[in-house]
Design a protein around this ligand. Structure first.
Ligand code: ADP
Length: 293
C-alpha cells in the first residue's frame, strides 16, 4: 500500500491523533483494496514526527478464519457419532460381560466421556468466537446464578471431603448472558474442586468499582508463577497427566476468558503453589461501561 493514498483514510487520521495523545505506540487494522493491514503508529515528540508501520495481514487473517471454521465444523460433525457411541455404551453396560470385558468397557467409557467433554468445549469456544459481543445480554442477578452452580457442585465437593461455601453481599445487576455466566462459574468452580485435595472452595460476590467482583478461591495445589501468563490460552495445561486424570481439556479457562471479554470485564489470578488459587472476575454493573484500573 502506498503511503499517500493510505493517509487519506479517516481511520489512519484517527490513529495518528490517538498516537499523539498516547505515551506508547497505538495500533489499528485498515482495509484497503481488498487487503487488510495492521498499522502501528508512534509519535516521536523529540523529532515531532510520526512513525507508521504497516504490516499486510490478509493471509494470516484468512488462515485464522479458515481455522476457526474448520474447528467449528469438526466439533459439529463429531457430536452425532459420539452421541451414538455413548448411547450404545449404556446398552452394553446392561449386558452380562466377563470381568475382562467389563474392564475394557470402563476404559472405553472413560475415554468417551473425555472426548464428549472436549467436543463440547470446542463447540462452546467456536460459538463464543462467532457470536463475540452479540450475546443475549439482559440485566442479571449474579447471586442466583452462582447459588445454583454451588448447589449443583455440593455433592462433588463433599465426595472429595471438601467444603464449598458461597459468600454474597448485596449486588447491583450485571448486563449479562445468563447461560454464559453459568458456564463461567461452572468452569471456575469445577477447576477449583478438581485441583484441590484438602480444605475447600469459597465463592464470593462483592460490589466494587462500578461492577461486581466474583472470586473463586481454593486451598488446592496452586500454580507456579511462570505458568500464569499462559493459563488462559487454549489447550494450555500445567501438568498434562494430572489434567488428563481429572478429565481436563485445557479449554476451560480459555472459555472463561472469552466470556469475560465479551461482557467488557476482566479476569485476574493469584496463586501460590501448595496453598491455593484465587480466580477473580470483574463485570460491569448494568448501565456502567468503564473498567476499573
Ligand atoms: P483443564 O481442563 O486442563 O483444567 P483449564 O483451561 O480449565 O484446563 O485450566 C488450564 C490449566 O490451569 C489446568 O490444566 C491447570 O493446570 C491449571 N488450573 C486451572 N484452575 C486451577 C486451579 N483452581 N488450581 C490449580 N490449577 C489450576
Amino acid at each position: 500500500m502506498q503511503f499517500w493514498p493510505a493517509e487519506r483514510l479517516p481511520e489512519l487520521h484517527e490513529l495518528v491523533n490517538l498516537a499523539r495523545q498516547s505515551s506508547g505506540p497505538v495500533e489499528c487494522q485498515l482495509e484497503k483494496g481488498g487487503r487488510v493491514f495492521s498499522c502501528l503508529a508512534s509519535w516521536l515528540p523529540g523529532r515531532r514526527h510520526y512513525l507508521l508501520k504497516f504490516n499486510d495481514i490478509t493471509e494470516v487473517r484468512e488462515l485464522n478464519l479458515r481455522k476457526k471454521e474448520f474447528v467449528a465444523n469438526l466439533a459439529h460433525e463429531l457430536k452425532t457419532p459420539l452421541t451414538s457411541i455413548s448411547g450404545f455404551l449404556e446398552t452394553l453396560e446392561e449386558e452380562n460381560l466377563s470381568p475382562e470385558g467389563r474392564g475394557y468397557l470402563e476404559i472405553i467409557k472413560r475415554n468417551t466421556v473425555r472426548l464428549v467433554r472436549l467436543v463440547e468445549d470446542l463447540a462452546r469456544l467456536s460459538e463464543l468466537e462467532e457470536k463475540g459481543l452479540e450475546l443475549e445480554k439482559a440485566p442479571l442477578d449474579l447471586v442466583g446464578v452462582v447459588q445454583a452452580v454451588v448447589e449443583a457442585y455440593r455433592k462433588e465437593a463433599s465426595n472429595k471431603g471438601l467444603s464449598l461455601r458461597l459468600e454474597a453481599e448485596p449486588l447491583p445487576l450485571v448486563e449479562a448472558d445468563a447461560f454464559q455466566m453459568e458456564q463461567l462459574v461452572i468452569n471456575l468452580v469445577d477447576n477449583a474442586i478438581r485441583y484441590t485435595e484438602q480444605g475447600g472452595v469459597v465463592v464470593s460476590l462483592k460490589p466494587a468499582e462500578g461492577g461486581v467482583w466474583l472470586s473463586v478461591t481454593d486451598s488446592g495445589i496452586g500454580i507456579s508463577e511462570e505458568h500464569l501468563p499462559r493459563l488462559f490460552e487454549r489447550f494450555y495445561v500445567v501438568d498434562k497427566s494430572r489434567s488428563r486424570r481429572t478429565g481436563g481439556t485445557g479449554l476451560g479457562l480459555s472459555i472463561v476468558k472469552h466470556i469475560v471479554l465479551a461482557h467488557g470485564g476482566k479476569i485476574e489470578v493469584r496463586s501460590s503453589p501448595g496453598f491455593g488459587s484465587t480466580f477473580s472476575v470483574w463485570l460491569p454493573a448494568a448501565g456502567a461501561h468503564s473498567q476499573p484500573a
